[in-house]
Design a protein around this ligand. Sequence first.
Ligand code: C5P
Length: 304
Amino acid sequence: MLSSLSLKAPAKVNLYLEITGDRSDGYHDLVMVLQSINLSDRLDIRTTGSDQIYIRCNHSEVPTDQTNLAYKAAKLLQNLYPDFGGVEITITKNIPIGAGLAGGSTDAAAVLVGIDRLWNLGLTQSELRELAAQLGSDIPFCISGGTVLAVGRGELLSPLPALENLALVICKPRKLGISTVWAYQTFRSQNLLATKDSQSNSSQMLAAIASRDESSHRQIARLLYNDLERVVLPAYPEISSLKNHLQAQECLGVLMSGSGSTVFAITQNFASAQRIADSISESIEDIDVWVTTSSIGGIQDWET
Ligand code: C5P
């Protein structure tokens, strides 16, 4: 039986995030288009002799105790299958935290996929997604990734045509992380559902993704939308100013991802993304910048 494996856990951006309802269970109904990107954490998972679940991480701000989502994912499977013992999980973090890029969610998704394989549980994709939904709204998406329409809390998924070679600049203010709970609670407390200022463009976004013609990246970039910008941008002028900076460059479109603090840009091609990234790194202090592309998949083997 396999005793260890190494997995790649990609981050995501939200190309579209519309809040369509306030639910009685404390969540919001959403219409989202989620896109995996080639910025990934590495997870090394191995079985151990004891019943313990150990988490190690190279990033000092990531908790290694029971509050870590990766720990919770391992514990969920251990409670269901108590005979297989424990696991040791080493997370090498490349995805920034508190960024709206689903870094914690993708690590938890990798733990579910990895333990299923190590313990030979034979869980189906839909069983894995159901377990994932118990841990967090974005985790079911992270398992198989790609380009996906997500509705409900974000856990009801329909695959969309894969967006290949979308060139992206990802910018994260180094000292600023945003709490997702805060962002949604503020949206609720400001009653922003009642004051929606725009028509829903989700069907246009889906059509742009399906069209696959030469101008589709340009159309997608034009339709980027995130309702959470309405609470986060006024509260964090730093993010507004970052967005303005990117919009002044040769970008096709710019948007905050999830609840922030990351802002990303879709660009014409990789060379243009590189130029924009260089300019942002030179002109803004304390910012981390990545140039990346869309990824067509979710959790996968780490290729060495
Ligand atoms: O599901 P997850 O634990 O990732 O969600 C974190 C928080 O974000 C929730 O506790 C809730 O406050 C908010 N949320 C929401 N509606 C969603 C997803 C998340 O209000 N669809």
